[in-house]
Design a protein around this ligand. Sequence first.
Ligand code: GDP
Length: 301
Amino acid sequence: KEGLTKTRESIRENISRITQGRTDIDEEFLEELENILIAADVGVETTLSIVDRITEKAEKETYHSEDELNGMLMRVMEEMLLDTSESHPVDFDAALPAKPYVILIVGVNGVGKTTSIAKLAHNYNKAGKRVIIAAADTFRAAAVQQLQIWADRAGVPMVSQGQNADPASVVFDAVSSAAAKGADVVLVDTAGRLHNKAHLMEELAKIMRVAKKKVPDAPHEVLLVLDGTTGQNAVSQAKEFTKCVNVTGLIVTKLDGTAKGGIVLSISRELGLPVKYIGVGEKIDDLQIFDRGKFVGALLG
Ligand code: GDP
C-alpha cells in the first residue's frame, strides 16, 4: 500500500543489500538482519523469533541462488509476522452490535486524534451510517474549532458546548441527540492531558458514567491513538493510558511518514491490544482498517 513506502523500502532494500550475491547464512548476516528489523521497529521479541527460525532453516537447507535465499527469508518473516491470535478486521459496512454505538477516542495531543476521528466519521458515513461527533475535549478552544472543520469535511454533525464546558455534559448531549435521532455511531473526542493522570481518569470516568445513563453498555469501544513515528515511546505512552482507561483497540497514525512502520507488528503483542486502524496520511481518506495479512504483504511484497 502507498502509505507504507518508507517502511517497505527500509526492510526490502536493506535485506536485498545483505543478500546480494549470497547463498549462505552466517553470523554476520543474521546480525545485520536483526539490525534491519529492529531499526524498522518490528520489535525485539518478534525479531529474535524470526532470526531463530531462519537459523534453524539455514542449518538444514542449502540455497543455490540469491533468489532462493531471499524467498526463504520472506517466507519465514511472513510466517512469523502473521503468527498471532489477532481478531479479524471489521469493515465499516458491518452491522454494529449496538445503536448508538459509542466510541471513545483517547490519546495525547498531537498524535492525530482529531484527524483520526474525522477519518472514522468519514468512513462510517460513507458506509451509510449516521454519525455524531462529540467535542468533549473542551479544554482547548482550538481543538473544538479544529474538530468542527473536520466534522464539516466529513459531512457529519458535531455536538459541542463552550470552552471549559463539562466534557461529560457534552457527551450526554451527543448521546441523547444520537438516541433521539436514531444515529448509529457517536465518536467522542476526549482530552489528551496524560501529565495530569488523576484528572484525566476522573474526566473519563465521568464521561462514561454519563454516557451510560442513555446507553447502558456505552462506551462500546475505547480506541487509543498512537503516533507510529514515535516507535517504542508509543508503547510506553500506551501503557500509561491503559492504567487510566480500559482501552479496547489502537489506531496507529503517521505510518506514511516513517521507516519504522514495523511498530504496528509488535505493538499489539506488547500491549495485548489489537491494532484496529492505521493512519497513512493527512487526508480524510487516509485511514485503513488494519489487516495484518495485507500489511505484511505490503511490507514484504
Ligand atoms: P491531535 O492533537 O491528536 O488531535 O492531532 P491532529 O489530528 O491535529 O494531528 C496532528 C498532526 O498530525 C496534523 O498535522 C495532522 O495532519 C498530522 N497527522 C495525523 N494523522 C496523520 C497520518 O496518518 N499521517 C500523516 N502524515 N500525518 C498525520
